[in-house]
Design a protein around this ligand. Structure first.
Ligand code: SF4
Length: 459
């Protein structure tokens, strides 16, 4: 029997168990008889490096020092992550390297499959894969996930696209093609098993379980977004999602879908309502999400929505292909607030061609809707590959794209503009209006970093 180890890498926030390897684990368990295990090395790193913060976040009693403590934590972790990444770039080993490698080798796996969801996991991943390939030829290293890059591909033994590819590789037979009779025998009728983790070790006061209800975003039109890539949209079985929820025995669920259509939200609400759970998700504020619908969602346990508002200026929203407008966004935020859902508003400043006046219109929009906003999460636009803007820069006033090679990550992308605020100018303006934005928040601003904490606070 082969031993397969599914690994989640440092560095990302250790606020909940990883969805990607848990899904893979559940799929493989239901489709082969090999020995499958998971290892959340990201959690292990944070337990070793920040034990006092783990204790704090698991036991918060007094929330009054939360913002100060989390501000320190964010500062400290970003320094630690960056120092360790620099070590990897210089060819040195990152902190706790031997301890984490031992956690892998102790399990004596034949195959280690690394799930790389964030580019911040590429550095530690690079050093671990390098070590495993050079010191122990018996272990096969496989990588997959949305943030794999060329440098990782070069050192891994295998790059695989999805769970069927992985099963294919483990079993040593071709089942990927849908016409293949072996493919028809695959069991997709499984719930996701979170019992494989000690959920009380994560850095939250209550366990928060990530759930995915669909393969990708159905909308796929926002010009700055690369999330959906080429994945076709399909919805997962609500019966199986219900089973996952019941089997987890937990109460807090984070729907990690990029976006969920209204009809589907109502179906989800119907399934969730009798389960007596709390849930949160990310949505686009479109007018179909009216008071009655939001009320139904609240009644089914929806407590917090991360709204992709992006801008308070209609020209920018149109250019972003967001499919929303200022008037409708205002109404959705008001209705959501009135039914008792907390609103975390995401803003994208400095979109190409945005002028200072348009930037200020967004700030004014936030101020005017202060009553209906619980937390603002504001970021400055950055150009990414596989987006409409990257593919058609001239349509967005971009005159030149500059790509700078990096040691571990894919090239750093910057750009020059025909008109509008530069990235630098947008950053400076954001800093100038920091206090104005913070004044709107009803929750500590650091909860933009730890959204699970905001969710756990709401009942
Ligand atoms: S920003 Fe959100 S709604 Fe827009 S395409 Fe991306 S995932 Fe979909």
């Amino acid at each position: 029997m082969k031993k397969i180890l599914l690994v989640y890498l440092p560095f990302c926030t250790p606020a909940s168990p990883p969805y990607s390897i848990t899904h893979l684990y559940s799929f493989l368990k239901n489709n082969c008889s090999e020995h499958i295990e998971v290892l959340d090395l990201n959690l292990e790193f944070h337990k070793l490096k920040f034990p006092e913060y783990q204790t704090y976040y698991k036991n918060i009693k007094n929330w009054s020092n939360y913002d100060k403590t989390t501000h320190e934590y964010i500062k400290l972790t970003s320094t630690v992550y960056s120092d360790n990444n620099k070590k990897v770039v210089k060819g040195e080993k990152p902190e706790f390297f031997n301890e984490l490698i031992k956690k892998i080798t102790d399990k004596e796996p034949d195959i280690v499959a690394f799930s790389i969801v964030y580019s911040s996991q590429a550095f530690y991943g690079y050093s671990i894969i390098k070590e495993l390939t050079s010191s122990n030829k018996q272990i096969i290293n496989i990588i997959g996930g949305p943030a794999i890059n060329e440098k990782l591909m070069k050192i891994a033994d295998k790059v695989l696209n999805n769970e069927i590819d992985l099963l294919d590789y483990i079993l040593g037979k071709k089942i990927t093609e849908e016409q293949n009779p072996e493919h028809d025998k695959l069991n997709f009728n499984f719930s996701i098993d979170f019992s494989i983790y000690n959920l009380t070790e994560y850095f939250t006061i209550k366990p928060v379980i990530p759930i995915k209800t669909s393969s990708t975003c159905y909308y796929k039109k926002c010009a700055f977004c690369s999330h959906f890539n080429k994945t076709p949209y399909h919805e997962f079985s609500l019966d199986l999602i219900k089973k996952t929820i019941i089997n987890s025995t937990q109460r807090y669920f984070f729907l990690i879908d990029d976006m969920i259509p209204t009809k589907r939200l109502l179906e989800i609400a119907e399934v969730f309502k009798p389960l007596n759970i709390y849930w949160t998700c990310q949505l686009k504020p479109t007018k179909d999400l009216n008071y009655e619908i939001l009320k139904k969602l609240k009644e089914s346990g929806l407590r917090l929505v991360m709204w992709g508002v992006e801008s308070g200026n209609d020209r920018i929203l149109k250019l972003m292909r967001k499919g929303t407008n200022k008037k409708e966004i205002k109404q959705v935020l008001q209705d959501s607030h009135d039914v008792g859902i907390k609103n975390n508003v995401y803003i994208l400043l400095g979109f190409p061609t945005e002028t200072k006046d348009e930037f200020l219109e967004t700030i004014e929009f936030l101020k005017k809707n202060e009553r209906n906003i619980d937390l603002v999460s504001a970021s400055v636009f950055g150009l990414q590959k596989n987006t409409e803007i990257y593919n058609h820069p001239d349509m967005f006033g971009i005159t030149n794209i500059i790509e700078e090679e990096r040691t571990i990550l894919d090239p750093k992308i910057s750009y020059e503009l025909r008109e509008g605020l530069t990235q630098d100018e947008a950053c400076k303006l954001r800093n100038r209006y920091k206090k104005t934005i913070e004044h709107i928040n009803k929750y500590p601003k650091t909860m933009s970093f730890f959204r699970e904490h905001m969710f756990c606070l709401i009942e």
